[in-house]
Ligand binder design. Structure first.
Ligand code: ZN
Length: 224
């Protein structure tokens, strides 16, 4: 029987009603008419990644929830997202995972200076930073060829920013997976093989986090 102490809450990025948040090949197709194979929308990527992660997670018998119902394309607004996180009452700890792709331009041109992954928690040292440190380890093991953006802290390599969804209750990490204005990154993000490998990495990390919570609770019980 499966023991579940960690409950993921998957937070899809943006929505079809949010401007930008796509590759230049989607935003200005006339300018990049040779790039049909690089048409990428962040919310579609995020939805598909959540589908893949959730499918693997629930197949093992674990439960999870979403801040935005499956296949609803619209952005509900950041406060609604925050309210939905705060209303989630699982029998254990929450980890909100907000799945995004990064950009350093407005998405109207390609750039090749920024590439790679960055994982954010809210400012200040919390349990989320410890979880994020372990996520970096998994991510770097799975994707040693990908650049990982880090803070200056050797103990907590994760980046920090007070994005609204990171300030709700429970643990939370916002993942910026690749740059949607970088051709090389977009080609990778669109590759189903990459999506499978990345979602497998996330599920293995979640399983390890759940196991760690059970161990901590068992050692607390035996110390009583
Ligand atoms: Zn985003």
């Amino acid at each position: 029987m499966i023991i579940q102490k960690l409950f993921p809450l998957f937070d899809r990025a943006h929505g079809s009603n949010v401007a930008g948040k796509a590759s230049p090949a989607h935003i200005v197709p006339a300018k990049f008419n040779d790039d049909d194979q690089l048409v990428f929308r962040e919310f579609e990527f995020s939805e598909d990644m959540i589908d893949r992660i959730e499918q693997k997670w629930t197949a093992m018998g674990y439960e999870s929830e979403r801040t935005i119902p499956d296949n609803c394309p619209l952005e509900p607004g950041l406060l609604i997202r925050q309210q939905r996180i705060n209303a989630f009452k699982p029998k254990g700890q929450i980890i909100t995972l907000s799945i995004h792709s990064n950009a350093i331009t407005m998405g109207d041109k390609w750039q090749n200076t920024a590439t790679g992954f960055a994982y954010f928690t809210a400012k200040g040292i919390t349990n989320s930073d410890k979880m994020n440190t372990r996520l970096y380890k998994f991510s770097e093991q799975y994707f040693p060829e990908i650049y990982h953006y880090k803070s200056n802290s050797p103990e907590y390599p994760g980046k920090e920013a007070n994005f609204t969804v990171l300030t709700a209750k429970g643990n939370a990490i916002l993942l910026e997976i690749g740059f949607q204005d970088n051709r090389k990154d977009v080609a990778m993000l669109l590759d189903p093989k990459f999506r499978e490998k990345y979602s497998t990495m996330i599920v293995e990390w979640l399983v390890a986090e759940n196991r760690l919570l059970i161990q901590v609770q068992n050692s607390q019980n035996s110390a009583k």
